[in-house]
Design a protein around this ligand. Sequence first.
Ligand SMILES: [Zn+2]
Length: 205
Amino acid sequence: MKQITDGVYQFQGMAAGGVYLITDGDGLTLVDTGMPNAPNQIIRQMKRAGYAPTDIKRILITHSHMDHIGGLAKLKTISGAEVIASAAEKPDIEQVIAVDRVVNDGDILGEVMGGLQVIATPGHSAGHTVYWQPDRRILFIGDALMNWFGRLSMPFEKPTLDMEQAKESARQIAALEPSIVCFGHGPALTENTAAEITAFAAHRL
Ligand SMILES: [Zn+2]
């Protein structure tokens, strides 16, 4: 695992789909689960850091694409964690495993990072959701934007449901002025983040 900031880690060697571990909170929280082969790597890296799979108390899903929920069924089975996702993503996620708790725009997950806010960012998928810690300005962005090869971009056209709506969500995200952004694709942004995203929104949306 690579530390992004205090209490936030990114798993290494994922084939696609970034997976994050939040250690700050009541038990451990995962954000997304990568491809179907990701759980072995996730568990191995957690063990190396001194954690057991059963330390995972909840799994937050940004959206139901396979590179984000591929490892979900296995991780849920070995951890017993609560699966949390939006109502619009629930039917597709439930092709692989049950969603335990549905969240809506504006909800606050008080047990994670002292209050992690749920923000609906539809467009890439109908119920795409980002998770935002407002005091530390940390954003788990899923595929609302990518940092593919270290360059900000909109998500790929093909898997994106409604690109105009996705751009509107991207503008909403830029207005948050995040300090740290953890992407589903590409390395986290930790420096000059708000300026880069603001510039992207101003010139490329
Ligand atoms: Zn996606």
